[in-house]
Write a protein that binds this ligand. Sequence first.
Ligand code: PMP
Length: 352
Amino acid sequence: MSRFWSPIVHTLTPYVPGEQPKLQKLVKLNTNENPYGPSPAVLAAMHEANSDALRLYPDPNADQLKDAIAAYHGLGREHVFVGNGSDEVLAHAFCALLKHDKPLLFPDISYSFYPVYCGLYQIDYRTVPLNDAFEIDVADYEGDAGAIIFPNPNAPTGRLLPLADIERLLQRQPDVVVVIDEAYIDFGGDSAIALIERYPNLLVVQTLSKSRSLAGLRVGFALGHLQLIEALERVKNSFNSYPLDRLAIVGASASFGDEAYFRATCDKVIASRERLGAALASLGFDVLPSAANFVFARHPQHDAGRLAAGLREHGVIVRHFKAPRIDQHLRISIGTDAECDALIAALRTTLG
Ligand code: PMP
């Protein structure tokens, strides 16, 4: 605390990111990174960038990347917004689209950055409980709302909402912006991008951090109606005219050109997820069905905090949230099969 701070800084409770260990060699299953590297085409494109790539400012509109994303998803460039990771895209969406007289709605178990952005932008919000199966019920969002946001699949539960439910919500709430945060959609769900042309109130946010193995490059994007994109551009241009550096623009663009690698990587992660879920179940865990690159599981007889600490002693890190209703769960990112085997072996010893 300091008397030099602006008043709002005293009120902020910032997001605490998952640990990025610097010293030890750990089996790192705590922040939902992809265990496989990005497509070789990404690295090749970045290598080819010439010295002007760093001498000059990047394209403030990142048109090369917008075109790659637009072509990939069958929309025009004007429907695409890009940013420095989907966290930044989401931050701009909170500022540009989610502050209204009525409260913003999101699930009570959801991405924990949402309340942080509400604090930063002074947005009034109301959380909506998930049902007993940790699912979102869209009927709960049909009342009075200033705007709505949730991840699909949800995080940290991994539970997927069918596209038909999202469409029903868009029909019932035509005057309310609905943001679907699809950070994990490529691991098993149908994207709401298919609905964009029919629903001007829908914004879909995706990232290259998970399914495209580019968490370190920091690239995310949003797709939506021109008016929503224009609002995001206004906020972005009031903040930083160059959201992406030149290497990020060429690397991310190349990722969309290597569909075979992308599909093969996602398929490997999905197969490992099913394998890991079965192995956890055989150790007595209750494992929620997941459509993401992580599983969310609890052991009825063992304290989750102690399990996480025990795993760490064996060199495996997973995520444990000390939050109501989920403090007995562990969120475990899908690693290579060898990493998942190391986790299972460490759990066997920890469970005793
Ligand atoms: N949305 C959700 C639901 C997430 O879990 C994450 C990853 N922490 C993000 C958005 C942000 O991802 P990134 O900024 O790496 O694109």
